[in-house]
Structures are given as structure tokens and as C-alpha cells.
Design a protein around this ligand. Structure first.
Ligand SMILES: [Zn+2]
Length: 314
């Protein structure tokens, strides 16, 4: 029966312009009482009216930011994980926000009276206003871009938007060239799925393409086959590892300690789909990384991450 359902899902083709369906994998770990979990929250469309099954309203998104801020969280990006969370203030705890696919409602330019400005109702507009008003929240979310559509919808502004995001402290991630599901994509085609987007990013970002090293797996799934992470980690773009960290959509908050126990773990960081989840439920996880004592701001955060992250071990 499951096989038939999977076959039907495989045959199902999304309409152009709609969010393709996500297949959530099972949480890979039960609730843990180790205090090392960093919640990674996943959004797609943020718009009024709500667009599709995975969409949320702008009010809901703003409300999530307020609740996360009030709960003591601080925005981080994949680079902060590599840097051992050194930017996270001692009295805040990390959270990562991710937006998948690169929909126009994530980042829209408005042309008014001969000038171009960020739409205050798009995700970047909402975040900029909120983070300006609440500097203790930090700044920066991650946009996973798939190239099956025009990134953020306005072709004439692709380059300007990508560069502006990086200038403003946001992060851009790879979501493959054609929104390919690694579960069904033959390994012989993985290189194109991973590297064609890097070439396209390079046309807009040049040397700054080196800042793109995170992969949000389309459909939120990645094969459990032996060696899959190692195979993915071998792809190089301009002499750099193209993917150093990978994100699932598995309804789980990963224990960073557990992920770091194996070199493959960093390619399987859990995410929560916030169209189906609430901040209240996020706060219910017992393994959330908590505020840890730190005598000196330059201490290497031992209470937060048990060991220095090393993303190049594979
Ligand atoms: Zn996607």
C-alpha cells in the first residue's frame, strides 16, 4: 500500500508557480534531554492571503518573530554554526529561520516615484523593520533558492537582491537547480543538481558565491543509503566544497552534540515546518540549547557546542 501511495506521489506533478509537495521524513531522533538543540524553522510563502498549504500570513510571521524574540532567541545563519556561535550573546539562545524556494513574497522590490525600495510586507521588509526595532534579536535568515523559477520573481533584480541580502547579513543557500528530490534523483545527476545552481549564483555574486555552502534538500528528504553524505560532500565549486551542511524537513530539532558524533550528521540537520507547527510547540522541546554561563565573551562557548565544528571531515 505504501508503495502505491509513493508511486502516486511520484506521478503527481505540481502546477507551475505553486509550492511542490513536501514529504516529511520521520524524526531521526526522539526528544532528548541534552541541551544542545538549535531549532531550525522552515517557511515557504509568507503572504496575504495565505498562499498554499505551506504558506503563512504576514501577521503570523510577524507574530512568530515576536514570540521567538520574547523567548530569548537570537537569529543565526549557517556561518554562525561554522564559527561556533561566537556572535550569539551570552544571554540569548540560537534559532535559525529558513525560507525555501525563493518566492517573490520573500523579497520584493517596489518601484515608486522613480525609486526602488523593499516592500515592507515581504519577508525581508518585515524582518528589517523587526530587527531594527529589536537589535537584541540579531539579524539574518537563510533563503534556499531553487532555480526552477526566477529567484524572488523579478528577473531584472536578481543580482541586486542576492548582493543586497549578503550585504545586509542574510544567508543564501542551495535548493538544487530544478527542485530535485535526492531520494528519487539518480546519483549520476546529483552533480548537476548541486553545481548548476552554483554557476548561476556565480553570475550574480562572483567571488561571494563562496558564501553559499548550505543545502536545503527539496522535499526535505535525503537518502539514508550508506555513503550518500560522502558522495554529496565531494562536489567542488571553484576548489571549495559546494555543500558543507544540509537541512532536512523532518519535524525535529536535532541535538547538535549527536550530529557532531559522526561526520555525516552535519548533513542531516532537522527542521520544523512552521505552516504546521507553532512557536509554542517549538518551546516545548526539551533539548533546546539554553543560556549558558560564559565568563569571557571570547570563550569558545563550551556550554553551547561540545566541540569545535569541523565541516570538512568528510
Ligand atoms: Zn522547496
Amino acid at each position: 500500500m505504501t508503495g502505491i501511495l509513493l508511486s502516486l506521489l511520484f506521478l503527481w506533478t505540481p502546477e507551475i508557480g505553486t509550492t511542490s509537495i513536501l514529504e516529511h521524513s520521520d524524526p531521526e531522533e526522539p526528544l532528548s534531554n541534552t541541551t544542545s538543540g538549535i531549532p531550525v524553522l522552515m517557511y515557504h510563502h509568507v503572504s496575504d492571503p495565505v498562499d498554499g498549504y505551506y504558506g503563512v500570513s504576514t501577521d503570523r510571521f510577524r507574530s512568530d518573530l515576536e514570540k521567538l524574540y520574547a523567548a530569548g532567541f537570537y537569529l543565526i545563519t549557517p556561518s554562525d554554526l561554522e564559527n561556533g556561535l561566537m556572535q550569539v550573546p551570552a544571554d540569548r539562545r540560537p534559532v535559525m529561520l529558513t525560507l525555501d524556494d525563493g518566492w517573490q513574497d520573500n523579497f520584493t522590490f517596489l518601484e515608486t516615484h522613480g525609486s526602488t525600495e523593499i516592500d515592507p510586507l515581504c519577508v525581508v521588509g518585515i524582518l528589517e523593520r523587526f530587527c531594527d526595532q529589536n537589535p537584541e534579536f540579531g539579524r539574518g535568515v537563510t533563503f534556499f533558492i531553487s532555480w526552477d523559477k526566477i529567484p524572488f520573481g523579478q528577473e531584472e533584480y536578481i543580482t541586486e537582491k542576492f548582493n543586497l541580502l549578503i550585504d545586509m547579513g542574510y544567508s543564501i543557500g542551495n535548493h538544487t537547480n530544478m527542485h530535485s528530490d535526492f531520494i528519487t534523483l539518480p546519483r549520476s545527476k546529483w552533480d548537476r543538481a548541486v553545481l548548476l545552481p552554483m554557476e548561476k549564483f556565480h553570475r550574480s555574486l562572483g567571488l561571494r558565491t563562496s558564501e553559499i555552502f548550505a543545502m536545503g534538500y527539496p522535499g526535505g528528504r535525503f537518502p539514508k543509503d550508506q555513503g550518500a553524505e560522502e558522495y554529496l560532500s565531494h562536489f567542488q565549486f571553484q576548489n571549495r566544497q559546494a555543500v558543507r551542511i544540509g537541512f532536512l524537513a523532518n519535524g525535529s530539532i536535532s541535538s547538535m552534540n549527536r550530529l557532531l558524533d559522526s561526520p555525516e550528521g552535519i548533513f542531516r540537520i532537522g527542521r520544523l515546518d512552521m505552516s504546521q507547527y507553532s512557536v509554542q510547540r517549538v518551546l516545548g522541546w526539551r533539548n533546546l540549547m539554553t543560556v549558558g554561563p560564559r565568563d569571557n565573551l571570547h570563550d569558545p562557548l563550551p556550554p553551547r557546542l561540545r566541540q569545535t565544528l569541523n565541516f570538512n571531515t568528510i
